[in-house]
Design a protein around this ligand. Structure first.
Ligand code: BT5
Length: 269
């Protein structure tokens, strides 16, 4: 059977309240986040989705690239207007990460975990990354957000660039079977809708505790690089907006904010 284009997502019946009533699909673009900003500037509805089969300049955080061979993953950006103060922005990342976690676990039967601040892991390897951007909107309660999600679905090990081959995985690789991209995209939209409704409903404690439970780093030994400096310790606690509380090997507690983190690595005890 041939590969289903994500273009068909528009035709799939999805049970959602806010996400995906409007879907813009393109074969190729520089970055779906940029296209989503264009739609946001035109006043598109809350929950509008932009999808591409290929990005020529997909980006991660801190100017890093996002790589995905054409038609092998989900490259999606969602315009969100949750009426949330700018300092609560990490909760938008939480919604995206939890939605990806749900889908990755459901479609592979392997428990997925969230590696703060914005990665989803399967079997210790990165299967997805989340990139949230925000801009103030005149006359509105809070900024508009673009939630970008890159999820590896059918990428083979040999197709990853060598530099990330050891650290990356896809739903296919973890599930050891062919995972349908359209099915994954539909599940992702529905899961995101559920978490987003909780965010809009002010149920932030529920989001924070689900996120903490899904954490791949809580109570684990890690090495975190921030501002070029690397710290080693054990993650004692974490909160979407407060950040991570790291018990350093020297005993003190260090609090780190997600947006400044360059790299986080789990290390053996
Ligand atoms: C992220 O950044 O993980 C967020 C990636 C968000 C990508 C989506 S795709 C749709 C939307 N449009 C965009 O332009 N972006 C969003 P960060 O934490 O900075 O991680 C980037 C790093 O992950 C890179 O430096 C690589 O080491 C690694 N990486 C790149 N592509 C990967 C892949 N497909 N799978 C696993 N790791 C990857």
């Amino acid at each position: 059977m041939g590969e289903t284009s994500l273009r068909m997502l528009k035709k799939v019946r999805m049970v959602t309240e806010r996400i995906g009533h409007d879907i813009l699909w393109v074969r190729r673009t520089e970055s779906t986040n940029d296209l989503a900003w264009r739609e946001a500037d035109r006043g598109c509805a809350d929950g509008t989705i932009v999808l591409a089969e290929e990005q020529t300049a997909g980006r991660g955080r801190l100017g890093r690239p996002w790589f995905c061979p054409p038609e092998k993953g989900i490259l999606a950006s969602v315009v969100l207007r949750p009426g949330l103060p700018a300092d609560r922005a990490p909760l938008v990342t939480v919604c995206g990460a939890l939605a990806v976690r749900d889908v990755a676990t459901a479609l592979t039967a392997v428990p997925a975990g969230i590696r703060w601040p914005n990665d989803v892991l399967l079997g210790g390897r990165k299967v997805a990354g989340v990139l949230v951007e925000s801009r103030p909107q005149a006359g509105e309660a809070g900024p508009v957000f673009v939630l970008g999600i890159g999820l590896n679905v059918n990428v083979k090990e040999s197709e990853f660039p060598e530099a990330i081959r050891e650290e990356a995985t896809s739903l296919d690789l973890a599930a050891r079977r062919r995972v349908d991209r359209l099915e994954a995209a539909r599940a992702l939209v529905e899961a995101l809708d559920g978490w987003y409704l909780r965010l809009r409903g002010g149920r932030t404690e529920e989001l924070a505790s689900a996120w903490r439970e899904a954490s791949a780093i809580l109570r684990k030994r890690v090495e975190v690089t921030v501002g070029g400096e690397t710290h080693r310790g054990t993650v004692e606690d974490l909160d979407p907006c407060e950040g991570v509380f790291l018990r350093l090997d020297r005993g003190q507690i260090l609090r780190l904010r997600g947006e400044h983190v360059e790299r986080l690595r789990l290390v053996d005890a």
